[in-house]
Design a protein around this ligand. Sequence first.
Ligand code: SF4
Length: 286
Amino acid sequence: MDINPSSLDFTGYTPTWCAGCGNWGIGKGIELALKKQQLSPDRVIMLFDIGCSGNMNDFINAYAMHTLHGRALATAVGVKIANHKLPVLVTGGDGALYGEGGNHFLHACRGNHDLTVIVHDNSVYGLTTGQVSPTASKGKKSRSTPSGIIEQPVNPLLLALTQGATFVAQGFTAQLPQLAELITAGMQHKGLSIINVLQPCVTFNKENTYAYYIKNTYKLPEDHDKSNFSQALEQAQSVFKERFPLGILYETTRPTYQDELPQLASEALAERGRFEKSVSLLDNFK
Ligand code: SF4
């Protein structure tokens, strides 16, 4: 098959994202990662959740599905079982993946489904004009919490680590080269990859701005050992002090959900011819 990486460019439709939105950097990071891996559009599938991030569905030139709210991960699990040879990317906001889809997040981690999950973490529901989402800081005021949010924020890195994700990383949309590398590494990892991306919403979140993240992010130390779970936990806890590590916190190997299904050992379900199968079933009655 001829590979034409240039056909992975955004298709020419004008995205509806606000000027300066962090989603632009994430879209570009995905595009760079696909090009780096020489993946033609028919060799990847992307699942989008509802939210501003989901608008990418309209202008990235690859197989894609725009799912119900909170259900991108669950749909991705089905897609991967149907054709486990396809790389499957999932994107959604912190609301969709840690809130409405939080149950699917937990079970995708424990099952080690072979998916790459990119979380647009902006601490608000941007598409519905700025209500607080799961990673919003305690006390944050918004249209939905005029007196301040009561709950503690979700810590995405700790959540992924403790529930069994086998690749856990964090990027910042303004650090594009590193972000593209993290997405590439996540796609090459066999098992569930979680890449939490700090993504300023310039319209509805005036606290978690570019300046805020430039001040409060840091590169993981040179001697950080990504195979060391305790070190990863320690780095993940720095989020409680408003310090955000960037890089691969943790990577390990264990059999994926698909590895444990004997039905997938010979070929992908999608590659099995229905006609041939029917004929061979009929042969049993001769
Ligand atoms: Fe981006 Fe926020 Fe605008 Fe949505 S509302 S496109 S998240 S800046």
